[in-house]
Design a protein around this ligand. Structure first.
Ligand code: CA
Length: 473
């Protein structure tokens, strides 16, 4: 019998942290349409990115490789569109393919989307109101401004394409939102949400960065002091004491962040409604994720980049009634590098040797393979270039996280050539889930440090990455 190839709708937003989704227990908002996906399928509770920054995470998802392999290490290294990707393989395997919305992997003939029957993407970050799109065409495509709100427009393009498709062949749609990336401009419909409300603050909003490596205090991504008038839509009262400024700025930006998410939620609802109307729900895999997490005032920060939980963690919910039981959860360590392996597996297409991830189809069915990974490897390369975050790599297991700030740009395009003394951090996530107290120097954890270093270096070797020359232990 011929393998039944499901449709795949891969919804990815930009900078949407899982703790701003009600299906993940958000304390600050509700996302009823995203919850429809989670309620109808599975929620992954330990899904992580291998580099918490936009362009590199997207390249990993398309190519199934880590950033030292695909060479998209920073925001300034666009992806070579001649690389093998999962959409190309699905297209060759009989799928109709398209991408609409956020691309952020470069523009022009060598970086525009390839492997898609149709596409329309935002140049760079794109705009919220009346955005320009680059539509599929010769020489890297044709630019055109489209009136309207970006989240609605990306959805319109996606729905129009699905309506015009050949219903006799499966499709794979990459429906990729710009929202909720900075600078968080809501649409009219959601502009007044939370207007006279106080959004609950995260417990670590007033973090003082003690008991950690110096990287945390050095980072310039504090809510308030490091925000612009564009972020806050008004002058920043920098004369306020920092704690008051953090609380004040948190209310300003988090409301806009949640407002633009409300539009994403509405629009995802439109797509789910369409699937129901067309009787496509059973045969369509619907995924909602984001390219990485985001600090929602956690540690006093906005933005991402660090290997700390809020940034490392990706939301990942998947609905596929034919294979995945409704209302289920899974806490296996799943990575963005695994996504393309899953897509190919679902489509019955062989995974190329070069893809470094592993399909988690069995995990989704509640049958985790006995040799599933117990640790994951992470690396942030963009040393100091934005927000003064130091380059680092590390290992995370279910219980521990070991981070090495090697703090060197290593000549990477998009990083700054200035070094700092390397430092280690170790967090016991069971005792310290908020990561406020590094126990690296605590003798009680000496054996754990030794084991985790060995595991870190083993993982590095396995994925073919190089250890920093001063990491000698
Ligand atoms: Ca992002």
């Amino acid at each position: 019998m011929k393998h039944r190839q499901p449709n795949i709708i891969f919804i990815m937003s930009d900078d949407h942290a899982s703790h701003a989704m009600s299906c993940y227990g958000s304390r600050i908002n509700t996302t009823p349409n995203l919850d429809r996906i989670a309620d109808g399928g599975m929620r992954l509770d330990n899904c992580f990115c291998t580099n918490a920054i936009c362009t590199p995470s997207r390249a990993t998802i398309l190519t199934g490789t880590y950033n030292h392999v695909n060479e998209v290490t920073t925001l300034s290294t666009p992806m070579d569109n001649h690389l093998q990707t999962f959409p190309k393989l699905l297209q060759q395997g009989g799928y109709q393919t398209a991408v609409f919305g956020k691309w952020h992997l470069g523009t022009g003939p060598d970086h525009c989307p390839t492997g898609f029957d149709d596409w329309a993407v935002l140049p760079g970050q794109g705009r919220y109101h009346n955005p320009e799109f680059i539509f599929k065409g010769p020489d890297g495509g044709t630019k055109k401004t489209v009136p309207g709100y970006v989240t609605d427009l990306i959805t319109d393009l996606s729905l129009d394409w699905m309506k015009a498709r050949d219903p006799n062949r499966p499709f794979c749609l990459l429906y990729h939102h710009k929202a909720p990336h900075r600078p968080w401009y809501p649409d009219e419909k959601h502009a007044d949400m939370f207007l006279n409300e106080e959004v609950p603050e995260p417990e670590t909003l007033q973090d003082d960065y003690s008991n950690r490596a110096s990287a945390a205090a050095a980072a310039e991504m504090r809510v308030g002091p490091n925000m612009s008038t564009t972020d806050l839509k008004c002058e920043v009262p920098k004369e306020l004491p920092e704690d008051e400024l953090r609380s004040w700025a948190y209310q300003r930006y988090i409301k806009d962040y949640l407002r633009v998410i409300a539009s994403v939620d509405d629009n995802v609802g439109r797509v789910l409604d369409y699937l129901e109307e067309e009787d496509l729900t059973e045969d369509t895999v619907v995924i909602y994720t984001s390219d990485q997490g985001f600090f929602l005032g956690d540690h006093g920060w906005y933005d991402k980049r660090f290997m700390y939980e809020e940034s490392l963690r990706m939301p990942f919910i998947l609905r596929y009634p034919r294979e995945v039981a409704a209302g289920t959860c899974n806490d296996d360590i799943v990575l963005n590098v695994d996504f393309p392996a899953l897509f190919l597996d679902l489509a019955g297409i062989e995974k190329p040797e070069t893809f470094q991830g592993r399909s988690f189809r069995a995990n989704l069915q509640g049958e985790t393979p006995g040799d599933w990974r117990e640790s994951m490897y992470y690396r942030y390369w963009m040393h100091k270039a934005h927000h003064n975050v130091y380059a680092h790599y590390g290992i995370r297991t279910k219980r521990y996280k070991l981070i090495y700030y090697y703090a060197d740009g290593l000549g990477q395009v998009g990083s700054i050539d200035e070094t700092h003394e390397p430092e280690w951090e170790l967090f016991d996530l069971e005792r310290d889930p908020s990561e406020l107290n590094s126990v690296y120097g605590d003798p009680t954890y000496a054996d754990t440090v030794t084991e985790l270093k060995a595991e870190l270096h083993r993982r590095q070797e396995e994925v073919g990455d190089e250890r920093y020359f001063r990491d000698v232990d």
